[in-house]
Unconditional design. Structure first.
Length: 489
């Protein structure tokens, strides 16, 4: 398992290193040496370092000095007027070619050492011209992070697009999240001896594989948990996608519960017609998924190990009443809430969650999270880790905040899912994910089910994209590749 750190955690680690006797200049020398090694491997001709006046710029001056000492064709461009003490020292030790205005010459390789993690506002003015110059090169290497990238991985207006990012000390969360995943290119982590603490979990194949141990031959379906998918009075397609994914999860039983269309106000003929319609729907579902047990739901308590609700359920009083019923009666497992269940909570009061009698996983996308927290979507996107953590702690739930790199939070325990593909950006993908997580929750802890579910679902998207391209796959294609995804870890 790897870890990814916030900017603040990196700054705290640097402060601890300095408190333990390492100087800022010593850290800069280590970072510059690591950057120089990667730049040398990438050089196919000339190279220019674009340096700011902060410590990121200092890393660039050190790397440029080391490469110049090897008589390689390197130069530095620096327009800064103010420097940190360590950067000033690194600049003073560099005796190679130094430009104080943007050269007309086009370089084959440009190294972005402009801002690193020190930027908290959009790039503008002459720095915008520097970004344009950086991106004019055939290849770009970013030092630490591409300049213009925020803590949450969102580009602050204009940002550098790198082919390679050499990140210092540890993986930064910004490189995995939002725009960061598209801007960083290949990531190289340089160990510079920081005493790290905290960080978000980034699971790898081995971590996920451990959650699929070899089954004992002397076992039966009762050993692997039961799963219920509760449909609502909305669209049936969404819960059917959840059923399809749950059936691939390894759970022993998968049940679909359909709401009865009969009610007390009907006469005998109307009740008979409603029952006939319900039975016809049950028969249709059974024909599609013969391994799924189909039942009619009349409000009775659930006794399954994992229950999912909200996919295509519709919003309004019926959904609210169902949620209240589940919160008060379901006590024996993990409840997964998705889609319309989340929209109903947002509309009727998120404090309903406090009535729960079981473990709960919520699976919002950024707009649903915006509704749940009453915060603009932009705020959710700019700090997904903080938003997910805060909501998880406030309501005692596991949060699966979906995006191109999904954030999973259980209080202060955070994971960032590293798998996925733009092929998943299609209606129905979330329904499949909810069903798969529910199936895993029948035998894993809520946090583990969420992390493993996101990882395998993302890998299935990658496999589908490799086979079909990024545009063609739909949710059924993702479900069909869940088994391949599990075998790949």
């Amino acid at each position: 398992m790897k870890r990814a750190y916030t900017f603040q955690e990196i700054r705290e680690a640097e402060a601890r290193a300095i408190a333990q006797g390492t100087t800022a200049s010593a850290l800069m020398e280590r970072a510059g040496a690591a950057l120089a090694r990667e730049v040398e491997q990438e050089m196919r001709g000339d190279c220019i370092f674009v340096c700011g006046g902060g410590n990121n710029g200092g890393d660039g001056f050190v790397a440029a000095r080391l490469l110049a000492e090897k008589h390689l064709d390197v130069a530095v461009l620096c327009l800064a007027e103010h420097f940190t003490q360590a950067c000033e020292a690194a600049k003073g030790a560099y005796y190679g070619e130094l430009f104080n205005r943007i050269p007309r010459r086009r370089y084959s390789l440009v190294v972005d050492c402009l801002f690193g993690i020190g930027l908290n506002r959009p790039i503008e003015g002459e720095n915008l011209d520097l970004v344009t110059f950086i991106e004019s090169a055939d290849r770009v290497i970013a030092c630490d992070i591409p300049s213009g990238l925020s803590e949450g991985g969102v580009a602050l207006g204009c940002a550098v697009r790198a082919d390679v990012t050499v990140t210092m000390g540890a993986m930064k969360q910004a490189l995995l999240l939002a725009d960061g995943a598209d801007l960083c290119g290949k990531i190289c982590v340089a160990d510079i001896g920081l005493p790290l603490a905290g960080g978000a979990e980034v699971w790898e194949d081995a971590d996920v594989r451990a959650r699929f141990p070899r089954r004992k031959s002397h076992s039966n379906k009762g050993d692997y948990g039961s799963v219920s998918i509760l449909a609502g009075h909305g669209m049936l397609g969404a819960p059917l996608l959840s059923v399809g994914a749950a059936l691939k999860s390894g759970a022993g039983y998968t049940e679909l519960w359909l709401p009865s269309s009969a009610d007390a106000g009907m006469d005998a003929a109307q009740s008979a017609a409603a029952r006939a319609a319900d039975q016809a729907i049950c028969a249709t579902v059974t024909a599609k998924y013969p391994a799924c047990i189909v039942n009619l739901y009349d409000g009775e308590p659930f006794f399954c190990k994992a229950l999912a609700y909200g996919m295509g359920a519709g919003t309004g009083p019926l959904c609210k009443n169902t949620l209240e019923e589940i919160f008060s009666t379901y006590t024996c497992g993990t409840l997964v809430l998705d889609a319309d269940a989340l929209n109903t909570l947002a509309a009727c009061g998120v404090d309903m969650l406090r009535k729960k009698q079981c473990s709960v996983i919520v699976t919002p996308h950024p707009k649903e999270m915006s509704r749940l927290t009453d915060r603009p979507v932009g705020e959710v996107l700019s700090d997904p880790v903080g938003v997910a953590r805060a909501f998880s702690k406030q309501y005692g739930v596991v949060v699966v905040l979906k995006n191109n790199r999904t954030v999973i939070a259980e209080g202060d325990r955070i994971a960032i899912n590293p798998t996925g593909s733009p092929a998943l950006a299609k209606a129905g993908s979330g329904d499949a994910l909810a069903g798969f997580i529910t199936g895993l929750a029948a035998r894993l802890s809520p946090f583990e089910a969420a992390v493993v579910g996101c990882f395998i679902h993302g890998r299935a998207g990658e496999i589908a994209a490799e086979e079909m391209g990024e545009y063609a796959p739909d949710a059924t294609d993702i479900i069909a590749r869940l088994s391949s995804a599990m075998l790949s870890v």
